[in-house]
Write a protein that binds this ligand. Structure first.
Ligand code: SF4
Length: 487
């Protein structure tokens, strides 16, 4: 972790900016007393990232000598890096680059032949990432925040070694090396850099935009308080940046929005570019729900009745692409049955658990319904079907029987909540999870700790199963509320 007190801009400023502009401002100017701890999940991701980095490094060390710079980023570790650069060593791991008030720490600095202030060679940056570096599997286009971090390192290197590296490289989780030309990303970088500079030097304070990204953010408390005090429209589900469009038309608060005359907003001077009547009606309705503090069912939910209803939830670890739990609760003729689970603690057990899930789906009748919350279960089952060549027919049966309850919630109801996730909605309806810190992210952290020491951490397995069962129960609560309150 790089100390930010004396250094105002670091590579993480570019990463943070891609997720939230305010984050960059808060890291520099926010009151540290209002900052929360990093979540268990984020710490786990860092640990994973570090393990992946270590694995890649072990491979590299077999082929080339690597000089590591150890210790926190500081002037001292910068001096060590500079000494290694002057010696011309082939690879520097965790070198520290400092210029004026900017600091960066690329995973690797790679010696490249060509003239520079160092002599007949210079250094190019390389990062090791625990995911894909490109925007999609088939694209060669780097994720912009990765590219921007690399261009930032390139600028630091230019100041230090008197030559800007023309190329950078990223080693992806699968070991593939992406080499790219810095110039291809230059204009985007300049734009992002201008935003970072405005926030850092001009104290251009971006407002909070409350959304999903805030869940794992250390500044969520002060940002939420700001938004609640101001009755900021970004508190409404899926509003985000659109609040600025509303502000241009004089709508500053949720209360203002709840009172708009939609027809007037369909004509100049109040017409908002690219905002149709449906969207305005939705915003107004959500604002009214927020003002009243009560959810509403505005459209009859698409919920057919069935003798057997199955409430299904998957737990998986996206960083290792491993589905470790399928959990179900059945309700037959209105009577809720036992929780069933197919567990795969080790990745090698994933196929067996998937087969058990397939066998279970095969026992269901065509009249039954499988509820899940969000698109994850559908996506994961499709992935497992292909991965283990499981019967396609059974997956198609799942597709016929399944209902994404989250879609039903979004299409038929509105809530005085920022998120329409199962946690927010079921909690609003009074449902409580046994673990106060229950979340999908923490379930992954518990699973990881359990895997490391199944005997010492056996209570964690119980915690994971309880969490998954309670997610299924929460779905029943939401489902029944929708049914009871439908018009
Ligand atoms: S809580 Fe949300 S708005 Fe605030 S800094 Fe974090 S991500 Fe940005």
């Amino acid at each position: 972790m790089i100390p930010q007190s004396q250094y105002k801009i670091s590579a993480s400023s570019f990463y943070d900016l891609s997720r939230c502009r305010r984050r960059v401002y808060m890291d520099l100017h926010g009151n540290p007393e209002e900052k929360s701890e990093h979540s268990e999940f984020l710490q786990l991701l860092w640990k994973r990232g570090f393990q992946i980095e270590k694995k890649v490094l072990d491979q590299i060390v077999k082929e080339k000598p690597v000089c590591a710079v150890e210790g926190i980023a500081s002037l001292e570790t910068f001096e060590q890096t500079l000494a290694l650069m002057k010696q011309g060593v082939p690879l520097i791991y965790q070198g520290v680059l400092i210029f004026q008030d900017k600091i960066g720490r690329p995973d690797l600095l790679q010696r490249t032949e060509g003239k520079s202030g160092l002599g007949g060679y210079y250094y190019s940056p390389c990062d090791i990432k625990s995911g894909r570096a490109t925007r999609s599997k088939d694209s060669e286009d780097l994720k912009s925040h990765y590219a921007n971090q690399m261009l930032f390192y390139a600028e630091l290197l230019e100041a230090i070694q008197g030559r800007k590296p023309e190329q950078g490289s990223i080693i992806q989780v699968d070991g593939e090396i992406m080499i790219f030309d810095m110039d291809d990303y230059f204009s985007d970088y300049e734009e992002v850099k201008a935003s970072v500079h405005a926030i850092v030097y001009d104290k251009d304070e971006p407002e909070p935009l409350i959304g999903g990204v805030c869940k794992e953010c250390v500044w969520s408390k002060p940002c939420l308080k700001w938004a609640e005090d101001k009755r900021d429209p970004s508190l409404l589900f899926y509003m985000g940046k659109q609040k600025y469009k509303l502000r241009e038309k004089g709508i500053h608060t949720i209360e203002d929005l709840a009172k708009i005359d939609v027809q007037a907003f369909l004509r100049p001077p109040l017409k908002i570019h690219r905002v149709a009547e449906d969207t305005l009606l939705q915003w107004k309705r959500r604002a009214q729900v927020w003002v009243d503090g009560r959810p509403i069912v505005h459209t009859s939910p698409n919920l057919r009745s069935a003798r057997r209803e199955v409430f299904y939830d998957i737990e998986d670890d996206p960083s290792s692409n491993h589905v470790y739990l399928h959990g179900f609760i059945e309700r037959i003729d209105g009577k809720t049955g036992e929780f069933k689970s197919f567990l795969a603690i080790e990745p090698l057990e994933e196929k067996r658990a998937a087969k058990e899930t397939w066998a279970y789906i095969e026992t269901l009748s065509e009249k039954d319904i499988i509820y899940h919350y969000g698109s994850y279960e559908n996506t994961k089952l499709s992935h497992l079907q292909k991965k283990y060549s499981l019967p396609e027919e059974t997956f198609q049966k799942f597709r016929r029987l399944h209902v994404d309850l989250c879609e039903v919630v979004k299409q038929s109801s509105d809530w005085p909540l920022t998120s329409y996730g199962i946690k927010s909605i079921a909690k609003f309806l009074g449902f409580r999870w046994t673990s106060e810190d229950a979340s999908g992210a923490n379930s992954i952290a518990w699973y990881t700790d359990y895997q490391k020491d199944p005997v010492g951490n056996k209570d964690l397995l119980e915690k994971i199963l309880t969490y998954n069962r309670e997610d299924c129960e929460a779905m029943i609560v939401v489902h029944d509320w929708l049914s009871m309150n439908s018009k």
